[in-house]
Design a protein around this ligand. Structure first.
Ligand code: CO8
Length: 261
């Protein structure tokens, strides 16, 4: 049991629902720590292959960091809060060895959009609205938004979103490449689970290496191509590689679950 979270595990897919609906699922310290622990608990658990993160209710994914919690912070406390958040959650998700899908079921604002952007894939419901309203509060995005938003939508659009603090609708987020798909709210989880099931049929080891290689291309001072070469090599001589190639030659579906040692 984790405070402010609901967990549901089915067929290798763990769905984590952030459950503070009265506060529009705002991320307070306790919730960030709980998410961090829930992810740690499954990062090396072969029974979980894909994680879906969503928000409770029909209104919000996450309406941001909990403003009430940091309203009276000093410079040092503000910096510490951001630093701890990066370490405990946002970087952890980006580097998580299993795919993490954000099911954006409503408002994803500030830290909420930053949470969605740290996930590997984003799927939004038609009613979703996303934005980085931090400058309207006198702060800047502090959970990775200044870095991940330009990666996803380009520098010009990122500046526009950050400077105006405005929200964009799901359709525009799709157009900008900020989310991969937009679906009716009632089919959001089903769509994410369908995608997760497809992913779960593939080699977990290869997926872990792919996450590392893609991330390496965005890391400062790291040669992404070299990371890809190393990751590609790491896949060889593994039971999953043996199973994948054998299955192809035997004209059957690979069974990676039983290929694991
Ligand atoms: N923090 C705390 N409480 C919140 C938050 C939030 N981010 N968002 C909503 N709530 C609470 C409201 O205070 C209200 O609670 P109560 O009834 O006790 O007053 C409840 O949720 C419902 O909200 P509203 O009544 O405002 O609902 P509306 O439908 O009228 O409006 C909105 C919905 C438009 C989403 C509105 O709630 C809103 O603008 N929320 C704030 C959005 C925002 O500014 N988010 C960014 C926060 S700052 C941030 O995320 C910084 C990230 C980086 C931090 C780095 C470390 C510090």
């Amino acid at each position: 049991m984790y405070p402010n979270l609901q967990l549901e595990q089915n067929d290798g897919i763990l769905t984590i629902t952030i459950d503070r609906p009265k506060q529009l699922n705002a991320l307070n310290k306790e919730t960030i720590a709980a998410l961090s622990s829930a992810l740690d608990a499954v990062s090396e658990d072969a029974a979980v292959q894909v994680v879906i993160i969503t928000g409770s209710g029909e209104k919000a994914f996450v309406a941001g960091a909990d403003i009430k919690e940091f309203a009276a912070f000093s410079i040092e406390e503000g910096a510490k809060l951001a630093e701890v958040g990066h370490e405990q959650l946002f970087n952890k998700i980006e580097r998580f060895p299993k795919p993490v899908i954000a099911a954006v079921n409503g408002f994803a604002l500030g830290g909420g959009l930053e949470l969605a952007m740290s996930c590997h894939i984003r799927v939004a419901s038609e009613n979703a609205k996303v934005g980085l309203p931090e400058v309207t509060l006198g702060v800047i995005p502090g959970y990775g938004g200044t870095q991940r938003l330009p990666q996803l939508v380009g520098k010009g659009k990122a500046f526009e979103m950050i400077f105006t603090g405005g929200m964009i609708a799901a359709a525009e987020a799709l157009d900008w490449g900020l989310v991969n798909h937009v679906v009716p709210q009632e089919s959001l989880l089903e769509t994410c689970r369908g995608m997760a099931q497809k992913i779960a049929r593939n080699s977990p080891n290869a997926i872990r290496e792919a996450i590392g290689a893609v991330n390496a291309g965005f890391a400062t001072g790291v040669d992404g191509y070299q990371a890809e070469i190393a990751g590609f090599g790491n896949c060889f001589a593994t039971p999953e590689f043996e199973e994948g190639t054998q299955a192809f030659m035997e004209k059957r579906r690979p069974d990676f679950k039983n290929a694991k040692q």
